[in-house]
Design a binder for this molecule. Structure first.
Ligand code: UTP
Length: 293
């Protein structure tokens, strides 16, 4: 088995029901945080982690994602004619020359576990990353996946990005019970998908960052439908734990749940306040708005 993490899977075939009607004909992952779609942040995080093959598992209404990572000849010609060199450079830099994009269609949204399994023919016998673009993570430096790849290079085993959530929210996440921690990572002893707060083994939630060994594919093949009638990645990981150690990693950085309207709004405010051209004007507006509210 090859050991280096060079491939990332972006499962982007979900229906995005929490964002309807905005997501009726367009992908949730194309919603912008300030001036970039969510999925572009995810790809940038993967590139920062040394990954060069981006595998998108898409569905109907998701064609805009494919177009976003393709060359836009007419637009580029037009920008060239208008001497808009800066923005042209930005557009051309979305996919650097050493990066390739692969698109796979998940014909039915049968769940995250099923979406990840769709990438099996492209992944082969290699460990790989999974990034859910609607979990946007800002760490101010190298990115969450780079942190995880660094840990993978030491441990050579599957790793899940985790974060403490409010105990009332366990029903929205896969929840792990961990053994004794060694710094920022711990062995996982138990994983449960979307437990009620009273049944949850902890408040440590799996968020949208995973490094998985290819052994997960066999497990997903026998994973039946779980919570919500979907083939859950968490259930596949629970089966994987019978054969190999899986680690929980408490990443550095702030996560914004952009699959929810509130998380999306908060992310736009925070990224607006970080944006070099916008931050001063935006801060002035917020201060004024706050005092006049
Ligand atoms: P979510 O649970 O956020 O589901 O999926 P969703 O359909 O995108 O959104 P809501 O809950 O209906 O509003 C988590 C991730 O798994 C992907 C989604 O695209 C998202 O990135 N996913 C989910 C798939 O790719 N396929 C599926 O069958 C289900």
């Amino acid at each position: 088995m090859k050991q280096k993490i060079t491939k990332a899977v972006f499962p982007v075939a979900g229906l995005g029901t929490r964002f309807l009607p905005a997501t009726k004909t367009t992908a949730k992952e194309m919603l912008p945080i300030v001036d970039k779609p969510l999925v572009q942040y995810a790809v940038e995080e993967a590139i920062a982690a040394g990954i060069d093959t981006m595998i998108f598992v898409t569905g109907r209404t998701k064609n805009a994602i494919m177009d976003h990572f393709d060359k836009a000849y007419e637009l580029e010609k037009e920008l060239e004619a208008r001497n808009k060199t800066e923005i042209l450079k930005t557009l051309r830099g979305i996919v650097p020359p050493h990066v390739s994009c692969v698109f796979i269609r998940q014909s039915e949204a049968l769940g995250l576990g099923h979406a990840v399994h769709c990438a099996k023919p492209v992944i082969g016998d290699e460990p790989f990353a999974v990034i859910l673009p609607d979990d946007l993570i800002e760490d101010g430096t190298r990115g969450c996946m780079a942190q995880m790849v660094e840990l993978y290079n030491q441990k050579r085993t599957s790793i899940l990005g985790v974060e403490r959530v409010h105990p009332s929210e366990t029903g929205s996440y896969g929840i792990v019970k961990i053994g004794e921690a060694s710094g920022t990572f711990s062995p996982i002893e138990l994983v449960v998908e979307k437990p009620k707060p009273e049944d949850a083994p902890s408040n440590l939630a799996i968020v949208g960052r995973y490094i998985l060994t290819p052994a997960i594919f066999n497990k997903l093949e026998t994973t039946g439908r779980g919570a919500g009638g979907e083939i859950q990645l968490t259930d596949g990981i629970a089966a994987l734990m019978a054969d190999e150690q899986v680690l929980a990693y408490e990443f550095e950085g702030t996560r914004y749940d952009c699959g929810s309207k509130l998380g999306f709004l908060i992310a736009n405010v925070e990224y607006g306040l970080l944006h070099p051209e916008l931050k001063d004007g935006f801060l002035d507006y917020l201060k004024e708005r706050h005092f006049s509210a």
